[in-house]
Design a protein around this ligand. Structure first.
Ligand code: NAD
Length: 312
């Protein structure tokens, strides 16, 4: 493949670079380092980097024309300031349109989009089936859903993956790095009364090799284990990995107004159509990421939740 990855310096993007570069594929990353880091992309043969924003149409057109990709993974997204609607809309909507348009002119074989489970808003049913209505209510969710809609009306061979919380090297969002950091430094913790689904990076990477295959059906798929876990369960699992006995009771607070109580995606259609199923269980997944933090440290933690900024 000649694989163009937007947002390739981020968590998912850099894990994809690490997986595909040793297989001999040529990779071009476009990233503005809003939440990604340059250091995660070493200077290696076969890997090129363009520093810039997907909002810059000329930069995108020129990068596509020069690199001539056969496959595109559009992973760049803005979310770090929930009040900055313009940045979310610019990157997630206009940026996506720029990447889609350039991909159409390049005549690529496969276009992969990553969608947030927040597209479902406050779901009527959990696990959430893939044909559930989308009704996002945050700037990140709204702009990512608009981006997905533009991908879907294009004539590209596109696939949109609605992802559970993918967990692995360089994970810098959500309860796992937060609990790890606080427990390690003896700080108190609390949990929101929320349920989430988590997916190990190795399962995500296995799914990606299916999704990039030209013969595989296009469309929208939920990518998840289908298993929900409370944030308190996450806390106990992280504490157990660190050898810390959790307090008998941990404060549990209701989710804030910009959060959703339960988000668990139903992967049954994905299993039926793509033949993919997650294999790594919850405890093993937590233990893998904790071992990674032990070896490499926790990156700067970002959040798309307004309330996260106010939490102790
Ligand atoms: N990680 C998950 O579990 C998860 C779940 C659902 C959806 N997603 C989606 O997957 C994608 C990757 O997420 P991630 O967890 O790796 O996040 P991340 O923040 O680690 O990666 C996003 C990357 O995009 C880059 N970026 C942001 N704005 C940009 C712009 N205007 N131009 C170019 N690059 C820009 C950032 O610098 C970063 O490197 C995103 O589209 C996200 O919405 C991720």
């Amino acid at each position: 493949m000649r694989l163009l990855i937007t947002g390739g310096a981020g968590c998912l993007g850099s894990n994809l670079v690490e997986a595909y570069l040793p297989q001999g594929h040529e990779i071009l990353v476009i990233d503005n380092f809003a939440t990604g880091r340059r250091e995660v992309l070493p200077e290696l043969p076969g890997l090129s980097l363009v520093e810039g924003t997907v909002v810059d149409r000329q930069l995108i057109d020129e990068s596509f024309a020069r690199f001539a990709p056969t496959h595109v993974i559009h992973s760049a997204a803005a979310y770090k300031d929930p009040q900055d609607w313009r940045e979310d809309a610019a990157t997630n909507v206009i940026g996506t349109i720029n990447v889609v348009d350039a991909a159409r002119h390049a005549g690529i074989k496969r276009f992969v989009y990553f969608q947030t489970a927040l597209c479902y808003g406050r779901p009527d049913r959990v696990p959430i089936p893939v044909d559930h209505a989308t009704r996002p209510f945050t700037s990140y969710g709204i702009s990512k859903t608009a981006g997905e809609a533009y991908v879907a009306i294009s004539d590209l061979p596109w696939i949109s993956l609605r992802l559970a919380n993918v967990t692995g090297p360089r994970l810098a969002i959500g309860p796992i790095p937060t609990f790890y950091k606080r427990l390690k430094t003896g700080q108190t913790c609390f949990c929101t009364d929320a349920v989430r689904d988590f997916l190990d990076m190795s399962d995500f990477l296995e799914l990606m090799s299916v999704a990039l295959h030209e013969e595989v059906p296009t469309g929208i798929f939920n990518i998840s284990t289908g298993e929900g876990h409370t944030i308190a369960e996450v806390f106990c699992a992280v504490a157990a990995c660190l050898g810390i006995s959790p307090p008998k009771t941990i404060p549990v607070v209701p989710p804030n107004s910009d959060d959703v109580p339960a988000l668990v995606l139903d992967p049954s259609v994905t299993h039926g159509v793509l033949g993919w199923q997650a294999r790594v269980g919850f405890a093993e997944m937590i233990s893998r990421v904790i071992r990674w933090y032990d070896a490499h440290g926790v990156p700067t933690i970002h959040s798309h939740l307004q309330s996260a900024a106010q939490k102790p």
